[in-house]
Design a protein around this ligand. Structure first.
Ligand code: SAH
Length: 503
């Protein structure tokens, strides 16, 4: 093996074996090593390792390489507790010591604020607070969505997609999920085998069972199972199926031997809700909009920050309740509430942040695009005796401008508030958008509303950096940014930022 470049070529080529020291970590958690200025990106290599890597894809100045052998392990390398972690796309950095994972995430956020947000190093180092770690970073996920398919031998299998592909890696016992998941999947797969029920095939669009969603309320112990099925009946066979028209299907048999399956699943301790979601679209979107409860309740409940929440299959609910508690506490502290404030909570889901803040504010308004989530949010306010919260359903970038301009979305009075002047100029606006960040129209209207403080909760530090720049240029100063480790062993990191109006 030689580390010398081929004399007739300017770069290395596929299948070259190279020995390299790993000196950095990429955004996706991969190890980065350099040989004479030529950069290698090596998945599963840990910073501090010396490794032998095989080039898979060579470009002029860099290559993607496969980790063949660890020659000298890094002090930060740890044996991944999960046997399939290298194959499975769920976790990317299980073999990195947890303290080093935290370091990596702190740095990832710092780099994004500097590179993508255009903030100076000195400024960023002055505002960043240390990442909120998880004390026991295992079995933290309260939700799992398993694709169902067949393995090479034709056996029905459930698992996770291998990184960047749709090949299903059969799940053993996922160590970041709950221990009940395995039993639930085994019951469903055994039932499918027994009754000859086909898993859905993405290529042909044929087959019935697509995904299984499992959710557990960590404080209530309540479990929800929702089977996503490619259920074709006379109503949707034509292809122009109206999802709303099928509510009379509640009693339908979506799967052969349904009552037997329900009987088996309902015996699992904590089982509270069994439902089917109809998804006949050729799409990557997992859940269909139509949900039919076939056993138990439509929702499960859980307690978070001292409040009880009910959660529907389609509603967003933070996946790591232990860390969510800490994240929300930080967001509430940044909001600086004294009991009188007017607060908007945009992208509010089932109202978890909204209602947590309602206790310490004058009035809170939540905005969310998913109708089921808004229905849950309104019920959650009632169930917790909170009367100073109102919820509006729609896109934040549509509801907020329509409210600001005095227009009503659909029909009069939809955005009616108790004190319009106060709501137009709130004390605090909280946002917690999905990965793509806030829409510009939303940011624009927020700036027009001139809240004293903006609390930005984000699951993607790249779009956070972009949006913090826009808000900074619009008259705000970023006072604090604090990462929170909601997703240990993955490269994802949550953040909460505080901005204050200066002009
Ligand atoms: N704050 C909530 C939810 C955060 S996840 C919590 O902590 O649980 C982001 C939420 O934004 C999801 O509920 C999603 O349905 C919603 N959403 C996505 N795009 C939206 C948009 N354009 N306008 C309003 N809500 C949106």
């Amino acid at each position: 093996m030689s580390n010398k470049k081929n004399s007739t070529d300017t770069c290395y080529k596929k299948d070259d074996l190279l020995t390299v020291d790993i000196t950095d970590i990429g955004n996706d958690g991969e190890g980065i090593g350099k040989i004479e200025g030529y950069t290698l990106f090596i998945k599963d290599a840990v910073i501090g390792d010396k490794v032998i890597a095989k080039i898979m894809k060579a470009k002029k100045n860099y290559a993607y390489a496969h980790l063949e052998k660890v020659v000298e392990p890094s002090a930060y390398r740890q044996e991944a507790p999960c046997q399939i972690s290298r194959k499975c796309g769920g976790c990317q950095i299980q073999n990195m010591a947890y303290e080093k994972q935290l370091d990596f995430k702190q740095n990832k956020v710092r780099n994004n604020l500097i590179r993508l947000g255009g903030f100076s190093e000195q400024f960023v180092d002055g505002i960043m607070e240390p990442i909120i770690k998880m004390d026991d970073p295992w079995r933290y996920r309260n939700k799992a969505q398993y694709p169902i398919g067949r393995d090479k031998s034709g056996k029905i299998t459930a698992g996770f997609y291998a990184g960047r592909t749709h090949d299903i890696i059969p799940v053993e016992d996922c160590l970041i999920g709950t221990s009940e998941n395995k039993e639930i999947l085994e019951i469903i797969i055994a039932h499918m085998e027994k009754h000859g029920i086909d898993p859905y095939d993405e290529k042909t669009g044929k087959g019935l069972v697509r995904h299984v969603l499992i959710r557990k309320g960590f404080s209530s112990g309540e479990i929800m199972v929702c089977l996503v099925v490619n259920y074709i009946n006379s109503k949707n066979a034509s292809g122009n199926h109206n999802p709303k028209a099928a509510s009379s299907e509640k009693a339908a048999e979506y799967i052969k031997g349904q009552s037997e399956l329900i009987g088996a699943l309902s015996m699992i301790p904590g089982m509270k809700s069994i439902s089917f979601s109809i998804n006949t679209e050729k799409t990557n979107v997992i859940m269909g909009v139509e949900i039919h409860t076939v056993w138990g309740e439509d929702t499960i409940s859980d307690t978070l920050c001292g409040l009880e929440f009910k959660i529907s299959p389609l509603s967003f609910y933070q996946v790591n309740p232990v860390q969510t508690h800490k994240l929300y506490a930080q967001a509430i502290e940044y909001a600086g509430l004294s009991g009188k404030e007017i607060v908007w909570d945009l992208y509010c889901g089932i109202g978890t942040i909204t209602l947590s803040m309602a206790k310490a504010a004058g009035h809170v308004y939540g905005v969310e695009v998913i109708p089921d989530a808004i229905r849950d949010a309104k019920d959650n306010a009632i169930r917790n005796n909170i009367t100073n919260a109102d919820f509006f359903c729609g896109k934040a970038e549509e509801v907020l401008p329509a409210f600001y301009d005095g227009k009503s979305g659909k029909g009069n009075g939809e955005y009616e508030v108790i004190d319009r002047d106060a709501a137009l100029h709130p004390d605090v606006i909280v946002v917690d958008p999905p990965r793509k960040g806030c829409d510009e129209k939303c940011l624009d209207t927020m700036l027009k509303m001139k809240p004293d403080r903006i609390v930005y909760v984000s699951c993607d530090s790249a779009t956070l950096a972009r949006d913090l720049r826009i808000l900074s240029d619009g008259g705000y100063v970023v006072e604090k940014v604090r990462p929170c480790d909601m997703f240990p062993h993955t490269v994802h990191v949550e953040n909460v930022a505080l901005l204050r109006r200066i002009h």
